[in-house]
Design a protein around this ligand. Structure first.
Ligand code: UD1
Length: 418
């Protein structure tokens, strides 16, 4: 049987805990190492299953890894020795598709398995491909693989039909080695996109506008090595703050970037949490009982879909009715049925969840279905009366670094069964 987390609920969490570096910034950073033959040193890669997966992938493509004396990871792709991202890796992690843009830009050839649907929705990559075609790539789909070729990509104007995070990142990386200037309109404004721009700039790229909806990239003939520090994980930070709020505790997250969390902090306050926001720390004191509020997910700076499940767990205990609307993914409410098994009263109506607050959850065996859903079940377990067993925690390990150890340090009674 796969590992499970066992939680004895009802302990108010107290203390301070540090956020790890961001999964969704580490993945494009590792993909970006494919753009240069020189070493790129990443100071603070988080120890996560998804980071291991993309590391294995770029290793197959030619990357060599070394650990520096200070613990930083040195990645060097002196020579690209394969052009293929195989199905076995892309199917475990869709973000593997991030190697497409850099591989194509550096070598003129890339073969990447087409990701299928996933637990939370269809998630096509048509906009990545459309953008690369605009940059001059010749792209076909053969036997389940994207086959991309180009002699040298040429800068152009790309207007994205909808905001896509990894799509924006893939195109930024490709454009960094293209000939001439590329403008990406309707670009994603997520902090992870800005972090990637910072890395590419340190590698010698000229990029303006990251963090706005219009990013301009002046392609270079070559990029060089650099040293880069990845931003803290805003979703992990948010999850830990909700852990404080939902247990009526008092949790401070250090190494946090409050400006990356504006929409979540607003919702926590509406739900009755008392926040104390410093320059790089956030303290959250939980309410006696949360107040209901409405939430709608949207691209940054809107409320992140990656925090929807965790906030739903909090609002499931509110005094009254909350409405949560999911606009990014079409099937991202699978945690609701599991929460209902713990006593929640959540009804799904298309893209909206009607959350009627209950006074408390009861511990139960529950099953994680995806990364953030598993975090929401852990949160429910922390608040519940009695014992909760969350199975399929490999989902959790994809994106949270030592979550149970961090929760234990705050006083939670949580353990892992192998
Ligand atoms: C990234 C994040 C993920 C987060 C999501 C939305 C990483 C590694 N993952 O995923 O944690 O939940 O952003 O904030 O950074 N779409 C298309 N065609 C495309 C691309 C996307 O239709 O070519 C759709 C998707 O199906 C989805 C929406 O656009 O409905 C947004 O997805 P996108 O921003 O691309 O998500 P990811 O980059 O995959």
């Amino acid at each position: 049987m796969a590992a499970r987390l066992v939680i004895e609920g009802g302990v108010p969490l107290r203390g301070a805990v540090s956020a790890s570096s961001a999964k969704n910034a580490a993945l494009p950073a590792l993909a970006a190492t494919l753009l240069t033959a020189e070493p790129v040193v990443l100071e603070n890669l988080p120890a996560l299953a998804d980071v291991t997966t993309i590391s294995r992938l770029i290793e197959q493509l030619g990357a060599e890894f070394a650990v520096e004396r200070d613990g930083a990871t040195r990645v060097r792709v002196a020579r690209v020795k394969s052009h293929e991202a195989p199905y076995e890796l892309v199917s475990t992690m869709r973000a593997s598709v991030l190697v497409l843009g850099p591989l194509l830009a550096r070598t003129g050839v890339a073969r990447v398995a087409l990701p299928g649907g996933c637990a939370i929705g269809l998630r096509p990559i048509d906009l990545h491909l459309k953008g690369l075609r605009r940059l001059g790539a010749d792209i076909g789909i053969e036997n389940g693989y994207v086959e991309a070729r180009a002699s040298r990509l040429k800068g152009c104007r790309i207007s994205l039909d909808l905001v896509t995070v990894t799509g924006t990142e893939n195109l930024m990386m490709a454009a960094a080695l293209a000939e001439g200037t590329t403008v990406i309109e309707n670009a994603a404004r997520e902090p992870e996109v800005v972090d990637l721009a910072r890395l590419l700039q340190a590698m010698g790229a000229t990029i303006e506008g990251a963090g706005t909806e219009r990013i301009e990239i002046v392609g270079a003939a070559e990029l060089g090595g650099c040293r880069h520090r990845i931003i803290p994980d805003r979703i992990e930070t948010g999850t830990l703050l909700v852990a404080g709020a939902i247990t009526g505790g008092d949790v401070t997250v250090t190494n946090a970037v409050p400006r990356h969390l504006g929409a979540l902090l607003a919702k926590l306050e509406e739900a009755g949490a008392v926040l104390d926001v410093g320059e790089n720390r956030i303290r959250c004191r939980g309410p006696e009982r949360p107040r209901p509020t409405d939430v709608i997910t949207s691209p940054f700076p809107g409320f992140p879909t990656d925090m929807q499940a965790q906030l739903m767990t909090l609002l499931g205990l509110a005094e009254g009715l909350s409405r949560i609307t999911e606009t990014i993914f079409e099937n991202r409410f699978m945690h609701a049925a599991e929460l209902n098994r713990m006593g929640a009263r959540i009804e799904i109506d298309g893209a909206m969840a009607l959350v009627r607050g209950v006074p408390h959850y009861q511990g139960a065996p529950v099953m994680a279905t995806d990364l953030r859903a598993s975090a929401s079940l852990v949160l429910a377990g922390l608040a519940a009366r009695g014992r909760t067993e969350v199975s399929r925690v490999y989902h959790l390990d994809r994106g949270y670094e030592r979550l149970e150890a961090k929760l234990q340090s705050l006083g939670a009674r949580v353990g892992r069964l192998a």
